[in-house]
Design a protein around this ligand. Sequence first.
Ligand SMILES: [Mn+2]
Length: 343
Amino acid sequence: MEITLQQTESLRRMLETPARRIVIVSHTNPDGDAVGSSLAWRDVLVRMGHRVTCVVPNRYPYFLDWMTGIDGIVTFKTDEKGVAASAIAEADIIFCLDFNAVSRLEILSDTLAGNTAAKRVLIDHHLSPDPDFDLMFSYPDSSSTCFVVYALIEKMFGTQIITPAMAEALYVGMMTDTGNFSFSYLTPALYRALAVLAETGIDIPRIHNNVYNAYTEGRARLFGYAIDRKMKLLEEGTVAYMSLLESEMRRFQFQQGDSEGFVNYALTIKKVKMSAMFLAHRKFIRVSLRSRGDVDVNLFARRYFNGGGHRNAAGGKSFVSMDDTIAHYVRSVREFAEAGGLG
Ligand SMILES: [Mn+2]
């Protein structure tokens, strides 16, 4: 990740006084990285005297409730007073964090597209960003958006401005997007950043415990059910998939975020190189894909599920029934394997 002086100077000019009305938006089904990067970046901008509103399309998962300042994030879906819509309409600058195209905002896309006057700044780490931004900090070789935000802070202001609350927020994103520091892009620079965050005195075991050991009983039982009853293997046990219908989720009192990590679990099986999770929503099926090594699920998601993401973690959508989605997956995996996609 190399942030150029030209980029930081462009951003500096954009943020010059007078104070700006700023909106920070992040993606649908906001995760630890989306929320963490939004909170930390908001603190930076507020410190500079700007007026900042953080908006997410739908609710963040309950295991992030403890994060400092999270109450201030406006959830567009349940925002009856229209706080998000008016903040977006009046914004001078809109920061887009942890996603690569406005279409990923789903229910929020049209509202955002409505403001054509605001400058749009992308801060992200997904592959193939939409070129339609005024300024881009796009680093697919960064393990998280939080790490990009950290690098921006370091370059523009110096790490001495990082408060424990900011450090905590950044740590959450770095931890969750790397599967607790176990996926790719675990660079020396990331560990140097973590050392700086640790120096602010944050309680790392507490953060870990708050995020990973805060589920409901229903989630634990749903997990057991999903693995035992719903996980299927293909291609001589090298490809896995799992699916959950709305009725199954209801049975276990499903809450937003409960299925997080399910798709990764199949990869704990030694032979499995690629794993998929199909989660039923009202209008479509959300597809999550994970892989290890050279198996490129970004490519797979683009080719077969109108999606994308990273090489080892990607997603997409399906607009047909669960049975048809699974049949399409099974066929696609076969084709992908024949083309050498599974190595
Ligand atoms: Mn991310």
